[in-house]
Design a protein around this ligand. Structure first.
Ligand code: AMP
Length: 470
């Protein structure tokens, strides 16, 4: 079955003699978007080399491996894990040889009609190597009667429904595209090379540009395809205008705070979330403590607004992956202690405002509340910098089934009791909208409202294939 492959990072370079090395660095900066597997496909002069493996970017790409990825063009991908789905065959990029030459693709998002498209393709004789929806794109491109790769890709993209920010390598060209709603981010940057040459780079988040010294120029627009080739940069719209649906969760949690996402500073947005949270859900307390790292920026905002001192009273061990990538409950339980430890001296006898970005199942939050209380806190007031998460995401964020979302099945008071906090406050949706500056209604809030911006006619397929992880 098609797997939702979600929460990924993509990167691409056009026109740099060290394309694979830059892609390696770019993926390094995007590691937080997926830690299960990573891959790079590099090409130029009629060849495409691809290397992908399970694990972290820094472990996979040793100097000899990078040395073998020759060419001035490259695309890369980091992929998030799925429970029981540790099949290296699902690692990206996917690369094939077809009548369009040697091509490779990597993708962030979730194509919601992939199962249907795949069934049709299989009926007509296509053979799939993986359970990933991304492979569908390659088959559509390979089958297209269009003469050029860009034309074939355009035709393929028009058949896709859902969320995709994708990077595509066609020997001497890099082509990228973003779905017409713009669910997932995709930024465009440039670097000047010696001799006046210009190199173009693309990344899920701009923090990848900072590392390689590229300048952030713009976002790839929703419904836009950008072709970087010998003729320079060509930008074109491949699909008619659709209502925008930028994923608000990128700002709430997923992206790095040093990135610009959808043209906004993530750090600034998160601080504003915290400020508004302090106004909407005040607390009488002595200290504001973030759950690191997800709650840090919002806690700073909360502290500024409330004038309650900020204290880093939970210390994170940075050498442990995010607890949510651990697939089994047993490991996850252990994971909280492995990852966080309280600073007793800062918590003893204190009334604590504990700030985090979200509650999903509530189990981690409860452990953290217990940990803070166990370290001597007199009161624990939990503040969450987004509204209650009541509906799963079908566009590329890994939220569990509705049955497991605590806020889908409980009142705020019931959740407060479950997590054992003295009080619990969530940011209202209006304030979230204000923090991301969404006057024009361009964001997707489906996880907080249950109102999905696309038809979900394929949801049964999606549910059947949905891995249970987080
Ligand atoms: P829990 O209390 O078990 O619901 O876990 C809440 C924690 O999970 C918070 O610290 C969040 O930062 C984190 N979190 C929120 N959304 C996700 C997600 N999609 N995947 C993994 N972790 C998440």
């Amino acid at each position: 079955m098609d797997k939702l492959h979600e929460e990924c990072g993509v990167f691409a370079v056009y026109g740099h003699p060290e394309a694979a090395n830059l892609t390696y660095l770019g993926l390094y900066a995007l590691q937080h978007r997926g830690q299960e597997s990573a891959g790079i496909a590099a090409g130029g002069g009629g060849t495409v080399y691809c290397h992908k493996a399970m694990g972290h970017v820094a472990d996979i790409f040793t100097p000899p491996v990078l040395g073998s990825l020759a060419g001035e063009q490259a695309i890369g991908h980091t992929r998030y894990s799925t429970a029981g789905d540790t099949d290296p065959g699902n690692a990206q990029p996917f690369s094939v040889t077809c009548n369009k030459g040697r091509i490779a693709v990597a993708h962030n998002g979730n194509i919601i009609n992939a199962t249907g498209l795949r069934r049709e393709l299989e009926r007509e004789g296509s053979i799939f190597q993986s359970s990933c929806d991304t492979e569908v794109i390659l088959h559509l491109v390979a089958r297209s009667r269009e003469r050029t790769t860009a034309g074939a890709l355009r035709e393929a993209l028009l058949q896709l429904d859902g969320a995709f920010s994708l990077v595509f390598l066609a020997e001497d060209r890099v082509i990228v595209a973003r779905d017409p709603h713009g669910f997932r981010p995709l930024a465009l940057g440039r670097m000047e090379l010696s001799g006046g040459r210009v190199c173009y780079v693309f990344a899920s988040e701009t923090c990848a540009f900072d590392l390689i010294g590229a300048v952030y120029m713009d976002d790839v627009a929703p419904g836009e395809m950008v072709i970087a080739g010998p003729e320079g940069l060509t930008r074109e719209r491949f699909a008619p205008e659709s209502p925008r649906a930028y994923c608000v969760f990128e700002h709430v949690y997923f992206s790095r705070p040093d990135s610009y996402v959808f043209g906004r500073s993530v750090s600034e947005t998160r601080e504003m979330l915290g400020r508004l949270l302090a106004r909407e859900c005040p607390a009488e307390a002595d200290v504001v403590v973030p759950v690191p790292d997800s709650g840090v920026a919002a806690a700073i905002g909360y502290s500024h607004e409330s004038r309650i001192p900020f204290r880093q009273a939970l210390i994170r061990n940075h050498y442990v992956g995010r607890t949510f990538i651990e697939p089994s409950q047993a490991i996850r339980d252990f994971g909280v202690k492995l990852k966080l430890n309280p600073v007793r001296r800062l918590l003893e006898g204190q009334r604590v405002v504990l700030v985090d970005d979200s509650i999903v199942r509530g189990t981690t939050s409860r452990k953290i509340v217990r940990m803070v209380r166990g370290a001597g806190a007199r009161e624990v007031h939990l503040r969450i910098s987004c509204p209650p998460t009541i509906s799963p995401c079908y566009y590329g964020v890994d939220t569990p089934d509705k049955r497991e979302l605590i806020a889908a099945n409980s009142t705020v008071e019931e959740i407060r009791r479950f997590v054992e906090a003295d009080s619990l406050g969530y940011l209202p949706i209006g304030a979230l909208r204000e923090a991301v500056g969404d006057a024009a209604g361009e964001y997707c809030y489906a996880c907080y409202t249950g109102a999905y911006p696309t038809e979900l006619i394929h949801v049964d397929d999606l549910l059947a294939s949905r891995p249970q992880r987080f």
